[in-house]
Ligand binder design. Sequence first.
Ligand code: AMP
Length: 395
Amino acid sequence: MKTLSNFNFENKKALIRVDFNVPLNEELEVTDATRIIAAKPTIIHILEQGGSCILMSHLGRPKKPGNKFSLKHIVQTISDILGVQVKFSADCCDETAQEMASNLQPGEILLLENLRYHKEEMAGDKDFAEKLAALGDIYVNDAFGTAHRAHASTAIIAQFFPDNKCFGLLLAKEIESVNKVLRDGESPITAILGGAKVSSKITIIENILDKIDNLIIGGGMIFTFIKAQGGKIGNSLVEDDKLKLALQILAEAKKKNVQVLIPTDVIIADGFAEDASTQICPTDQIPDEWAGLDIGPETQAAVKQMVLASKTILWNGPLGVFEMEPFAGGTIALGEAVVQATKEGCFSLVGGGDSVAAVKMFGFADKVSYVSTGGGAMLEMLEGKTLPGVAAILN
Ligand code: AMP
């Protein structure tokens, strides 16, 4: 796997695909700079070696060029974070961009305008990729968030750098973290899958069953499994067309000796609201009109025990409706257990949409081994797919 350490960037122009698709408010100010901060180590590494950086990214999904999606709004935030005043080219590959790139000196940074102002970017157009490629000497992909897309700047461009391409530090770390769980994970390996629906996690379950020892099922998914086994789930979330599949998953897990923990008790509510009445109830005896919105105390204890006995943990999806305080307890208890296990030497990876939001919300993010930055890309890696942006560097 080629990374920054395979190259000397002195007097070289690094053309870096970053993911600066950051949220902006009404005043077009950056409201969360996490993605910029995540790319900082790669950029600083190159500058410190005496190279220069040409940064390219998309922002949003613009239909045509316009003020709202311009990357010029984030120039100052990037400059403040990196401690270097960043130059800006108002197009990503016109003559001005070429001139600015060609005049760039060691230690300098140039940010190119939103790649998606050219429809060729998302179309994966080869000529457009070649124009971008002409701007730099070494191609660095550090955009994990878009590595699952075969766009011009994320995948197609790599062919113009047959020997001079590598992963940035962020992307390399993401790949290593997944490998640390699914390829080289130390047993017992426990996967915790929560979130709303079984349907969005099926491919992950199918891919990981061969590699894990324990599977904890949480979130809205629980009830499809319980109903499939003949339990009463009241008004809980269920996917009736996935009942057979739920039983198949359980049979497959048994065949593969994977211990599956399905919650035995849940917090039920008489409405999907913070002020609904609540009760603790066995998962398979939920009264009509009531819905299970979090795991119960008995299950919390079982989850904790399983997590603390693990050497490797993969956590994807919250165990309950963590956005509402009365139903956040299960996700918090799990987070605490994962933090403790990590302290005791376990490798813990948190990846995929809402579990990342949950660990940030409850302050666990810097106490687990790794929190993934790319939602869709991480899910595809867990599903066992090779990401186009990763394959383009490996080939
Ligand atoms: P996902 O994007 O699939 O990870 O789903 C995350 C969402 O699942 C969060 O917004 C949670 O509120 C929701 N969720 C978790 N547990 C439940 C549950 N028991 N019933 C309904 N929604 C749930």
